[in-house]
Write a protein that binds this ligand. Structure first.
Ligand code: ARG
Length: 565
C-alpha cells in the first residue's frame, strides 16, 4: 500500500499510469535510503536528461504532507510520515478482507495433488505433493480462484496384476488387515525377488491385469480390497496433515474414458503402430513417442492422463490444471501436453506441471522395489515424539501438551518442506526442522504463542483502551523496529500475488519467517506493556495484527498455530 501511495503522488508529476509507476518502485535495502525509492533511469531516455537531474527536479517539485522526498543520485527517495502511515496500515490490516486478492476471479483451477499409489507406501514424494499442493490450493483460493483439488490415486496398472499374483501365492489376510501397506509391499518385493527365478510369474501377472481391465469378478474384488485397505492408511495421514480433497478420482475412474481418447487420436491420424503397440510420434517436438496402447492391448499411464485432462477440462470446467508432481515426471507431462496440443486443444497451454525436487530424510532415499523405504507415518511419529520432549523441557505444565506436540511436530515437517524453493532437493533433518530457533515452523509458532501471551497479559492489566488511535499516533514516535514490522506487514498482498504467480509456497514461508523475526526484534527493543494509554493501544494493535497475519499465512501453508507451547 505504501508503493501505491507513492505512485499516486508521483503520478501528478509524470506521464505514466499509477500501475506503471508502481512497477518501477523499489524497496531500498537500508532505512537511510528511504521507505520507497523511484529510480529515474528509464525516464532519462525519454526526457533526454540524466537520471540524477530528473531525480533532483522531481524531488524539488513534490510537496506532500504524508512524505518527505529526497533525491540521491538517480533515485528519488520517499520517507513516510510514520504516524500517518501507521494509522493507514493498521486500518488496512484490520479490514476483514485484508489479504484477499481478486486475480483469480471467474477462473477455475483444478489441482492434481498427492496422488499416492495403492498398495505402495505413501512416499516422501507424495508427502511433498500433498503439502505443496494443499498450500497452493489455499493460496489460489485466497487469490480469488474457484479452486478444486483432486487426488489422482495410482490405482491402476500392471502392478495390480503383480499384486494379485503375489497375493494369491503368498498372501496373508491377517497380516494384510493389520498392516496393509507393509504387507502389500512385502508381497510386491517378493514378487520381484521371485520373478528372477520363476518365469511363470510375469505372464501370470499380465494375465491378472488383463482380467482386471476386462472386469473379471475375482480380479475386481481383490483390487477393490487393496484399494480400501490402502485408503484407510492414507486417510490417517491426510487427517494428521489437515488435508481434504474435493475429489478422489483414481486412474481407474478414467478407464472407460480412454476409448474415446484412442478414437480421437485415430481420427486425427496421430496414432501409429510401432512394435505392435500404438504410439503418438513426437519427433517434431523433440521427444520420444507417447505410448498409448501397449502390445497386450492395455492402456498405460499417459493414456489415462489424456482422458483425465479432457475430463477436467470438459466435465469439471477447469480453466487451468496444475499437476503437482515430482520433477522426475517432467517428460511424461511434456508428452501428454504435446499430444493435447497435436489434437488441436487450445487449452493444452493451461495444463501446467508444477514440479518439485527430491527429498531425503536424514540422507535416506527411498526405493520401493527393494523395499527400502522411509514410511511417512514413522517420520511423522518421530517428529511428534521430539516435539513432545522439547515441550516437556520448555513448558512442563502445558495443559494440552499432547495436542500441541502433534501441531508442532507435524508443523515442523510441513514448514520444513515448504520453506524450500520447491525445485530444490531437500535433505530433511528433523533436528533442524524442530529447532525453536532459525527458520523453522516451531520458531514461527513460538513467536505466535508469544504474541498471544502478550495479548492475554494486556487484557488482564490494561482496562482503559478506548483511546483514539489517530490522535494518539500524532504524539508517538514510531521506532525503527516497529516501523520495519509495519512496513513488512503492509506488503503481504504483494507477496501472496508473487507466491501464486510463481506457484511457490516458499515465498510465503520466507515472508512469515521475516514477520516473526521483525516482531521479535520489536519485542526485544520495546517494553510493549508499558506506556501512556495511547502508546499502549498502538503497540497492542500492532502486536494483534502481527499475530493475525502470522496465523493467516501459517493456515495457508497448512501449519497450526497453538496459543501456548
Ligand atoms: N501416482 C503417480 C505416482 O506416484 C502420480 C500421479 C500424478 N498425477 C497425474 N495426473 N499423473 O507417480
Amino acid at each position: 500500500m505504501l508503493t501505491t501511495k507513492v505512485a499516486q503522488i508521483l503520478d501528478l508529476h509524470l506521464n505514466l499510469t499509477v500501475e506503471e509507476i508502481e512497477n518501477y518502485l523499489e524497496h531500498p535495502p537500508r532505512p537511510e535510503m528511504g521507505d520507497i525509492a523511484f529510480p529515474c533511469f528509464t525516464l532519462a531516455k525519454h526526457l533526454k536528461k540524466s537520471p540524477a537531474v530528473i531525480a533532483a527536479e522531481l524531488a524539488a517539485s513534490i510537496q506532500h504532507p504524508e512524505v518527505t522526498v529526497q533525491a540521491a543520485g538517480p533515485y528519488v527517495n520517499f520517507f513516510f510520515n510514520r504516524s500517518l502511515a501507521t494509522e493507514a496500515i493498521l486500518t488496512q490490516l484490520n479490514h476483514p478482507d485484508y489479504g484477499k486478492l481478486s486475480i483469480g476471479e471467474g477462473k477455475k483451477v483444478v489441482i492434481d495433488m498427492s496422488s499416492p499409489n495403492i498398495a505402495k507406501p505413501f512416499g516422501v514424494g507424495h508427502l511433498r505433493s500433498t503439502v505443496i499442493g494443499a498450500a497452493l490450493y489455499r493460496m489460489y483460493k485466497a487469490a480469488g480462484y474457484n479452486t478444486v483439488n483432486v487426488n489422482h490415486l495410482g490405482d491402476w496398472g500392471t502392478q495390480f496384476g503383480k499384486q494379485i499374483t503375489a497375493y494369491k501365492r503368498w498372501g496373508d489376510d491377517v497380516k494384510l488387515a493389520e498392516e496393509p501397506i507393509r504387507e502389500s509391499l512385502r508381497l510386491y518385493v517378493k514378487f520381484h525377488d521371485e520373478e528372477e527365478n520363476d518365469p511363470t510369474l510375469g505372464p501370470e501377472a499380465r494375465e491378472w491385469f488383463r482380467k482386471l481391465e476386462q472386469g473379471d469378478e475375482e480380479a475386481v474384488r481383490l483390487w477393490t480390497y487393496f484399494v480400501e485397505i490402502s485408503m484407510q492408511e492414507f486417510e490417517r495421514m491426510y487427517k494428521r496433515l489437515g488435508v481434504d480433497f474435493d475429489h478422489v478420482l483414481g486412474e481407474s475412474f478414467y478407464i472407460d474414458k480412454t476409448e474415446g481418447i484412442v478414437t480421437k487420436l485415430k481420427q486425427s491420424g496421430l496414432l501409429i503402430e510401432s512394435d505392435e503397440a500404438l504410439v503418438v510420434p513426437l519427433e517434431e517436438e523433440g521427444m520420444p513417442p507417447c505410448l498409448i496402447i501397449k502390445k497386450d492391448g492395455t492402456t498405460i499411464y499417459p493414456t489415462r492422463d489424456l482422458a483425465t485432462a479432457f475430463y477436467r477440462r470438459e466435465e469439471m470446467g477447469a480453466d487451468e490444471i496444475l499437476y503437482v508432481v515430482g520433477a522426475e515426471q517432467k517428460l511424461h507431462f511434456q508428452q501428454v501436453f504435446a499430444v493435447l496440443n497435436k489434437l488441436g486443444e487450445p487449452w493444452a497451454k493451461d495444463c501446467i506441471h508444477v514440479p518439485f525436487g527430491l527429498m531425503k530424510f536424514e540422507g535416506r532415499k527411498m526405493s520401493t522395489r527393494r523395499g527400502k523405504v522411509v514410511f511417512l507415518e514413522e517420520v511423522l511419529d518421530e517428529a511428534v515424539q521430539r516435539a513432545r520432549e522439547i515441550i516437556k523441557l520448555k513448558n512442563p505444565n502445558l495443559p494440552n501438551a499432547e495436542e500441541v506436540a502433534e501441531q508442532v511436530g507435524i508443523g515442523a515437517i510441513v514448514f520444513g518442506d515448504l520453506k524450500n524453493h520447491r525445485l530444490n532437493e531437500v535433505d530433511f533433518s528433523l533436528e533442524e526442522a524442530l529447532s525453536f530457533e532459525g527458520e523453522t515452523g516451531p520458531y514461527v509458532q513460538y513467536s505466535y504463542a508469544r504474541i498471544q501471551s502478550l495479548l492475554t497479559k494486556a487484557e488482564l492489566t490494561i482496562s482503559d483502551r478506548n483511546t483514539d488511535l489517530g490522535d494518539a499516533l500524532n504524539e508517538i514516535t514510531i521506532s525503527d523496529s516497529a516501523w520495519s514490522l509495519l512496513k513488512h506487514l503492509s506488503r503481504y498482498p504483494e507477496y501472496l500475488k508473487k507466491a501464486v504467480r510463481l506457484k511457490e509456497p516458499s515465498v510465503l514461508a520466507k515472508y512469515v519467517i521475516d514477520a516473526a523475526q521483525l516482531f521479535n526484534r520489536f519485542y526485544h527493543h520495546e517494553r510493549i506493556l508499558d506506556g501512556e494509554p495511547g502508546e499502549l493501544s498502538y503497540k497492542l494493535s500492532l502486536v494483534k495484527v502481527t499475530g493475525e497475519s502470522i496465523q493467516n499465512i501459517m493456515t495457508l501453508l497448512g501449519v497450526k498455530t497453538p496459543d501456548r507451547m
